[in-house]
Ligand binder design. Structure first.
Ligand code: BES
Ligand code: MN
Ligand code: ZN
Length: 494
């Protein structure tokens, strides 16, 4: 999809459809006011007649567009003007494009960011992300698909005098984040018999081939054994599908510059193992690799944008299956760090594969480690599907991540990592156990991981509630790719 920048007089832009904002109240503003003037009050008349609503996302298509160069107007409710925000822009544009997608429109121009309080470059970035998220479909495995959207071009109108270069940078960043999110969505949506550990490794190889300054290494089971990753191995041992440890490096800065390490949970299917999960909704456990998908999506965005930073993605990928060779509750394994772990619950597998990935990531002497994981149902109970859980041992890192979350509309909420959350992990037989009390379960999981980071700045994003939607709109969201990319692009100055 193309996003040309449109400067100049709004009503003179030739387009199949002008997407115009309608705010609360009789007063017209911005581009809508100029269209109304060119059309001799036709829009004001529609509003007076009550035919268009300012309610956020309400859409009215108008075909009589006398006096303007647009063939149609799509009037989109944007709520109160004083409350207009990037989030509302995103919602309004999403509604507009949903209204357009079923028709044959090939091209449209959005005036939703024109003449508003939003920075034009930011408005452009949000518009691109919203458009691509709205038009995303996953139908590669349907034999009969809906016709694809014909909308190939969405113009972004800006006022005369706007710095067009800034806007183009906004579009470039938005496109890279959107493409990264699409990759994360595709990987998440693919069924577990397609999206295997080897499939994730293939996706990493594709990224390394396509982009400059990118290197990939894929370790197989024998390599993983040599590294002494007993925690990762005990999760995969019930599965026939072979595990992979994927290491994807983006080298945009000199070798002396410490990288950011991203560790993404890549459980391509989580049955729970011998501590098996109940049947309802178990299909959703194909999404248990969404941490890995987000790391790959973010790395792809770095490939597109080529910032001058170093980042290493470490992805432990495997299945968690029951079987004659599977790990038993009571088994004790030795992690790569040397610490031993008593497996109390084989369904607490994410922390087991991640603890070895974190230990491995330390080899790169990173400035910080950020792990991303669909780790606990408890985090879903705590935060629902709105915020990712953020656990962090470093104030500056937490602040940077929360700011990135706000800017990217990919929200995160900080939850505690106090050491008392680890008390229930006490074991009589090993250094500690992999699972403890259900109370405060998200923090207990974070506490487990914290035992492997010693001293390093570390953040853990529990994305169990935000990585996918359930029910009618079931599907991966691509989160938290926007948060990660925004954080990485704003590393300087920290
Ligand atoms: N992948 C799940 C977490 C999960 C559950 C994500 C539901 C989204 C929805 C994880 O591996 C898991 O099973 N966690 C257990 C941990 C417990 C056994 C300590 C959980 O949350 O119940
Ligand atoms: Mn599990
Ligand atoms: Zn899991």
């Amino acid at each position: 999809m193309e996003f040309p920048v449109k400067a100049g007089a709004p009503a003179k832009h030739r387009t199949e459809c002008a997407i115009l904002p309608v705010f609360d109240g009789r007063q017209l503003h911005g581009a809508t006011k100029e269209f109304d003037r060119a059309a001799r009050g036709a829009i004001a008349k529609l509003i007076r007649a009550g035919d268009t609503a300012a309610r956020l996302g309400s859409c009215t298509m108008v075909h009589r567009t006398q006096g303007t160069a647009a063939a149609r107007w799509l009037l989109v409710g944007c709520g109160k003007r004083a409350e207009f925000s990037p989030k509302r822009l995103t919602t309004a544009l999403g509604a507009a494009l949903n209204a357009l997608r079923s028709g044959g429109t090939k091209e449209a121009i959005s005036f939703l960011g024109y003449g508003t309080s939003l920075d034009p470059a930011e408005a452009a970035r949000y518009s691109v992300e919203a458009a691509r998220a709205t038009l995303y479909r996953f139908d590669e495995l349907k034999s009969k698909t809906d016709p694809p959207s014909r909308l190939g071009r969405l113009g972004l109108a800006v006022e005369n005098g706007t710095n067009l270069n800034d806007v183009r940078v906004g579009i470039k960043v938005g496109s890279a984040i959107a493409a990264g999110s699409d990759l994360a969505r595709d990987l998440g949506n693919r069924p577990p018999n397609v999206c295997t550990p080897s499939h994730l490794a293939e996706a990493a190889r594709t990224i390394a081939k396509r982009y400059a300054r990118m290197e990939v290494k894929v370790l197989d089971e024998a390599d993983i054994r040599k590294l002494g990753m007993g925690a990762l191995l005990c999760v995969t041992q019930g599965a026939d599908e072979p595990p992979r440890l994927i290491v994807l490096e983006y080298k945009g800065a000199g070798a002396k510059e410490a990288p950011v390490a991203l560790c993404g949970k890549g459980v391509t299917f989580d049955t729970g193992g011998i501590s098996i999960k109940p049947a309802p909704k178990m299909d959703e456990m194909k999404f248990d690799m969404c941490g890995a998908g987000a790391v790959l999506g973010a790395m792809q965005a770095l490939g597109e944008l080529q910032p001058d930073i170093n980042v290493v993605g470490v992805i432990p990928a495997c299945e968690n299956m029951p079987g004659g060779g599977a790990t038993r509750p009571g088994d004790i394994v030795k992690s790569m760090s040397g610490q031993t772990v008593e497996i109390i619950n084989t369904d607490a597998e994410g922390r087991l594969i991640l603890c070895d990935a974190i230990t491995y990531a330390k080899r790169f002497k990173p400035r910080c480690i950020i792990d991303i994981a669909t780790l606990t149902g408890a985090c879903v109970i705590a935060l629902g599907h709105v915020y990712s859980g953020l656990f962090c041992n470093d104030e500056a890192l937490a602040k940077a991540l929360l700011e990135a979350a706000d800017r990217s509309l990919d929200l995160a909420w900080r939850l505690p990592v106090h050491e008392e959350y680890g008390e229930s992990l006490r074991s009589n037989f090993a250094d500690f156990a992999n699972s403890g009390t259900r109370d405060g379960g998200a923090s207990v999981g974070a506490n487990f991981l914290s035992r492997f980071v010693d001293g390093l700045a570390w953040a853990h994003l529990d994305i169990a509630g935000v990585a996918w939607r359930a029910n009618a709109n079931k599907g991966a969201t691509g989160r938290p790719v926007p948060l990660l990319v925004d954080y990485l692009l704003n590393l300087d100055g920290q």
